[in-house]
Design a protein around this ligand. Structure first.
Ligand SMILES: *Cc1c(COP(=O)(O)O)cnc(C)c1O
Length: 496
């Protein structure tokens, strides 16, 4: 029997996994959620013997039940290959009093690669399965890392086009360079004069525009999303939480059934939601610690039960977490509302009209296991310095938010549970901020020279992704106001 997915805003809207991957967002504006969370079908003993790809298959086959074994294995093998600079794919390192799960060994040196290297394969296979004739247009808003990872994943993939919008002044220099140098005839990259939420709102508006959808269809196109709202991104992310536990078990760092905590640097709430699903599958997880930067909407939400995006948007040194509307939280809201889609729709309507909503007491009780924390810019820098001076291990600014929140959590609770800090980007991606935090004097302006300096300090190899953008020509220069996004898309697709 197939595991079905339904919309968080209308339970009668049910689709298979491959259809959910294809649609991205449900037509009613909701997100697709699995009707039940499948339970792991193998013991931890067995799972600990698998390599990353084998484990990926064991986890993904339980969620993506209408894909054949061959389709899944082919997708997995094409995704987790030598684009990653380690055959472990997601190495777990013991550093000081915690473990760091390094998710930045893929093509664009941030954790988005974990899902976006496989999504194009899941998507094109889904189009074939569902007899889709149209060309798929991936429309994506990015806070920096999704954009490049999606571009890298979809570039020159037959039957697809990809259009990426990013906040012109809201991403790091390396992030921007990575995107504007993207090759591939089917790629477009546009900067907007606005922040990530503006970009995301503009993209969502196009997705929900039925008149536009009609014109697209007539022209032979179909929109899909590579944003973390796509279930095809969420499912591959569950894998590394199972893998972490299996690795710890294999290394005899945990005994069978012993709970561990995860600390996740959070923005759109996709990564930590995957951890929640892993817990639902039966992985022994204690606390899920949600770490925010100064845009601490989620921290306030976990404190009070009130989500309120009406506040100043702060640009921080961890730009991929500069988000006030965490889209994937909608899925958690749906689950803690005991799968009440009407209630979820009401909350989301309140969010879009007033920018705020407050959950009920019984929903609050269902949040058990989640802890919110946040780190200021100063605390983030201190964490980078502390982890380096104690362990000669350099972490990036996003991971540092989590490291800081974790330190605060153990100071407060004395919780001795073994904990994994999810390491979401390579320090090379945010070299300048990292060098500044380490109080290195005379930091060069040039990105590559910064990388060389970081290489000396950290004793780690300069990643291929950084070498590559050194001499790559800029291919994308378009910039627009936020209200012109649809016009730009119509121009690119020539559907005016
Ligand atoms: C996207 C991103 C995050 C936030 O992840 P979400 O799934 O959006 O919560 C954190 N760190 C880095 C480096 C990222 O690229």
């Amino acid at each position: 029997m197939n595991l079905m997915y339904r919309s968080t805003r209308d339970s009668s809207n049910r689709v298979t996994a491959s259809q959910a991957v294809l649609q991205g967002l449900s037509s009613d504006g909701g997100l697709f959620v699995p009707e039940t969370i499948p339970v792991l079908s193998k013991t931890m003993e067995e799972l600990s013997m698998f390599d990353y790809r084998e484990l990926a298959y064991e986890v993904m086959k339980l969620f993506l039940t209408d894909y054949t074994e061959e389709e899944l294995k082919d997708s997995i093998n094409k995704a987790y290959d030598d684009k990653f600079d380690t055959s472990e794919i997601a190495p777990l390192k013991q550093v000081g009093n915690a473990y760091y799960l390094e998710l930045f060994h893929g093509a664009t040196i941030a954790f988005k690669d974990m899902a976006l290297s496989i999504l194009p394969h899941l998507l094109t296979k889904s189009a074939k399965k569902n007899n889709v004739q149209e060309e798929i247009v991936i429309l994506t808003a990015t806070s920096g890392d999704t954009g490049k990872a999606a571009l890298a994943g979809f570039a020159d993939v037959e039957g697809t086009k990809i259009i990426v919008f990013y906040p012109k002044d809201g991403v790091s220099s390396v992030q921007e360079k990575q995107m504007v140098t993207q090759q591939g005839d089917n790629t477009d990259v546009i900067g907007i004069f606005g922040n990530f939420d503006d970009a995301q709102t503009g993209v969502k508006r196009m997705f929900n525009n039925t008149e536009l959808a009609k014109r697209l269809k007539n022209a032979g196109y179909l929109f899909s999303s590579a944003n973390s709202i796509n279930i095809g991104r969420l499912v591959p992310q569950i894998v590394y939480y199972v893998y972490s536990y299996a690795s710890l078990y294999k290394k005899k760092q945990v005994s069978l059934g012993e709970k561990i905590n995860f600390v996740v640097p959070t923005g759109n709430f996709g990564n930590i939601l995957a951890a929640y699903y892993a817990k639902g599958m039966g992985v022994p997880i204690g606390k899920l610690i949600c770490a925010s930067n100064e845009n601490k909407v989620l921290f306030d939400f976990f404190q009070t039960g009130c989500y309120d995006k009406n506040r100043e948007f702060i640009l921080t040194e961890s730009p991929s977490m500069d988000i006030l509307v965490s889209s994937n939280l909608e899925r958690l809201i749906y689950h803690i509302a005991d799968c009440d889609s009407q209630k979820t729709a009401e909350f989301m309507n309140a969010l879009s009209s007033n920018g705020t909503y407050e959950i009920t007491e019984s929903m609050k009780a269902n949040l058990e296991g989640f802890i919110g924390g946040w780190a200021s810019e100063g605390e983030t820098r201190e964490a980078i310095q502390k982890v380096y001076s104690e362990n000669v291990y350099v972490i990036d600014t996003h991971t540092a938010v989590a490291a800081s929140v974790y330190q605060g959590y153990i100071n407060e609770t004395k919780d001795a549970t073994k904990s994994v800090i999810v390491s979401t980007a390579s320090p090379y991606k945010f070299a300048k901020s990292v060098l500044e935090a380490l109080q290195i004097k005379e930091i060069p302006d040039d990105d590559y020279e910064q990388a060389i300096l970081l290489n000396k300090v950290s004793n780690t190899k300069i990643p291929k992704a950084v070498e590559e953008i050194r001499s790559a020509p800029v291919l994308h220069t378009e910039v627009c106001e936020t209200d012109k996004m649809q016009e730009i898309v119509e121009n690119i697709l020539k559907i005016i």
